[in-house]
Design a protein around this ligand. Sequence first.
Ligand code: IPE
Ligand code: IPE
Ligand code: MG
Length: 251
Amino acid sequence: MSASDVSACATPQTGDLAAPRHVAIIMDGNGRWAKRRGLQRTAGHREGVAAARRTVEAVRDLGIEYLTLYSFSTENWRRPAGEVRDLMGLLKQFIVDDLPRLKEEGVRVRIIGDKENLSSDLKALVHRAESETADNTKNTLQIAFNYGGRDELVRAVRAAAEAAIRGDIKPEDIDETLFARYLDTHGAPDPDLVIRTSGEMRTSNFLNWQAAYAEYVFVNALWPDFNADILAEAIAEYHARERRYGGVGGA
Ligand code: IPE
Ligand code: IPE
Ligand code: MG
């Protein structure tokens, strides 16, 4: 990439006080939340859905345009079959219960991840959620489900290679902008802030490409306990950071 390319895509370099446009959350700690109460892990996942619902509202109230929630990773298939089934069921239930309200509130719903390998009823529900909210413009809720950053990159590479073989694009035309069109998140801005709950400090294969310059905030609260106050604290920490994008900053 040349210096002129860098300045062409430059974002404000210092004291970035603008509100984050896109917040992404690694919702972690449902199992521990349940265990501490002597409950089954599923009870934690159920409370996790309630926290997700609260967070959609809180993000909307703050005027944040994009929210991405990491709900099920490509690695989560390693969990016991019963837990996997429960997590699939909870997404179905969430779509059935919440779609009417999301539609009414002008939220566009988009599922990112490998949708091909989901059951046919879940695929149909996902398709319904996306198509029935496609014209909404107020906020976008991206649900990362059967999502893995590496898997997304591999699928994007494959799609770009197929386009090149068809003659739709030339390999030499592939740059960061063109490549990003093949990602599940195409058209969405990169996340400004990635929050992970439960005190773990790793990304677990989340938005590997898109979060290249995101600010990370790790909070100790377990996901079912997440609320508007914790969100506000994370955003305050984001505002206290200096985003430098490789430059020298204002210090
Ligand atoms: C997050 O909570 C939900 C998913 C990953 C699906 P966990 O289920 O990972 O909870 P912990 O990390 O075991 O506490
Ligand atoms: C990350 O949480 C995935 C989701 C929140 C969906 P995990 O609990 O699966 O991550 P690890 O196993 O602790 O890295
Ligand atoms: Mg976990």
